[in-house]
Design a protein around this ligand. Structure first.
Ligand SMILES: *Cc1c(COP(=O)(O)O)cnc(C)c1O
Length: 456
């Protein structure tokens, strides 16, 4: 049998609608609350930050939401994305498991992020918005929005977490190539940034701080809106093209996953691969084991309580119920910058509470061990974030070998690591440390959770 097994969908079978899991949830999501009044927010409360189309998607319970033709036109540049059977990895592991991976590194920015950057830029352009402001961790989201902004004629300004800004100068150069302006966060350009720098001039930054800076700039100007690359329902919605394509590709393989694995930072690529399968299960289809893999240094799903919290450090965002490490928590500077967020998507958190998914946390050196093994077998060099999913999938395949069971494992290879070679250099140089988060700081951040009673 051939070792290279690739499932290519015809362009005509690219999804025409995004799949909305809210239509199939057994219990609805808890409401989003106003940061001041703690009352449920309405669409108008969010209008300063987002165009109405995206706000309506955020609260929609329609099962299918049409993908506009101009968005599909851009998607066609790299979608449908390939699904591979990892036969060489299976052989190396001597596992009876069937391992499949969906590869999202084929997009121009090198990850799944353009799946949502493109529709977000499109809906903003339709609403007459001239400028989008955002945050970025490792720079994947910033470069994706910069790419989408260039296509739709929107100026993009990106607050990049300081530690990543220093670690990953090539991502910054990519954003600038697409025409975006990239600023290290915390910065002196906003009140939130200046406040943080006054307390600690060498602050390494966090996604929570960068979000505060971006929201502050966007809220202050009429022609400017904010864009978020993960966490929100509409972002997860846009990513469901991944899982919908994978369903069709596995049909071509005459197979169905027993296990689905994804890495989780804010939860969007995980949702993208898993939600269409979870939805099928909730509508009476086959049961799947769905595993979220997160970094042990920022373990929101496995260690964070399920509670109302802010999305940002300066408390400018609404309150959402999610697994959180506290909005003031600063994770240590490990290499998977895209996974350094204090909270988890409300939808993903809700699924964990309902027992529909499970979560595990791994340290980064073990994830790089897995990623390097994968690269040597399959040729593709994963992003440090994606190494967490690779680790989860390999662990499942080894379990199959030990138990003598043959299961089908599907994981999302959410991006390539070509801009993250410093992380690999550090790994090969033995310089990668397995960072523990500071227990004292975590306790302090959790003590600061807002007290919100059950809404009436
Ligand atoms: C941003 C990013 C992540 C983390 O974000 P999610 O919303 O959890 O997907 C993971 N992997 C890559 C490659 C990313 O760019």
């Amino acid at each position: 049998m051939n070792d290279t097994v690739k499932y290519v969908l015809e362009e005509s079978r690219m999804p025409k609608a995004w799949y909305n899991l809210q239509a199939d949830l057994p219990t609805p999501l808890p409401p989003v609350l106003h940061p001041g009044t703690h009352q449920p927010v309405g669409p108008d409360d969010l209008a300063p930050l987002f165009p109405m189309e995206l706000i309506l998607q955020e609260v929609s319970t329609e099962r299918e939401i049409d993908i506009p033709e101009p968005v599909r036109d851009v998607y066609r540049q790299w979608r449908p994305a390939p699904l591979y059977r990892a036969r060489r990895l299976e052989k190396l592991l001597q596992t009876p498991a069937r391992i499949y991976y969906k590869y999202e590194g084929v997009s121009p920015a090198g990850s799944h992020k353009p799946n949502t950057a493109v529709p977000q830029a499109f809906y903003n352009q339709q609403a007459g918005v001239k400028k989008l402001v955002t945050e970025t961790g490792a720079g994947q989201w910033g470069s994706s929005l910069a790419f989408a902004g260039a296509l739709f004629g929107i100026d993009v300004q990106v607050f990049m977490v300081r530690v990543s800004y220093d670690q990953k100068p090539y991502r910054r150069a990519l954003m600038e190539t697409y025409g975006a302006r990239c600023i290290a966060s915390p910065s002196t350009e906003t009140q939130s940034g200046r406040g943080i720098l006054a307390q600690r001039p060498d602050h390494p930054g966090s996604l929570g701080i960068a979000i505060s800076e971006a929201v502050e700039v966007a809220a202050g100007r009429d022609d400017t809106k904010y864009a978020l690359g993960s966490v929100l329902n509409h972002v997860l919605l846009h990513q469901t093209v991944i899982g919908q394509e994978a369903l069709l590709q596995l049909e071509m393989a005459d197979d169905y996953p027993d296990v689905i694995v994804g890495c989780t930072g804010g939860g969007s690529n995980f949702a993208g691969i898993a939600f269409p399968f979870i939805g099928a299960q909730l509508r009476g289809g086959r049961k799947v084991d769905v595993i979220a893999v997160e970094p042990a240094a920022c373990p929101s799903l496995t260690r964070g309580p399920y509670a109302y919290d802010f999305g940002d450090t300066a408390h400018l965002t609404p309150l959402t119920k999610m697994h959180t490490l506290g909005s003031t928590f600063t994770p240590p500077g490990f290499h998977a910058g895209g996974l350094r967020y204090h909270g988890m998507a409300p939808m993903v958190s809700h699924l964990k509470e309902l027992g529909l998914i499970t979560a595990v946390a791994h340290h980064q050196t073990k994830c790089f061990d897995a990623g390097v093994m994968f690269a040597r077998a399959e040729g593709i060099l994963p992003a440090p974030e994606a190494n967490h999913a690779v680790k989860g999938a390999i662990d499942e395949a080894i379990r199959c070998r030990e138990e003598g069971t043959s299961r089908a494992i599907l994981f999302n290879l959410c991006g390539h690591g070509h801009f993250d070679m410093q992380a690999y250099i550090d790994y090969f140089g033995g310089k990668l440390q397995d960072l523990e988060y500071d227990e004292g700081e975590l306790a302090m951040a959790l003590a600061g959770l807002p007290s919100v009673g059950a809404p009436a």
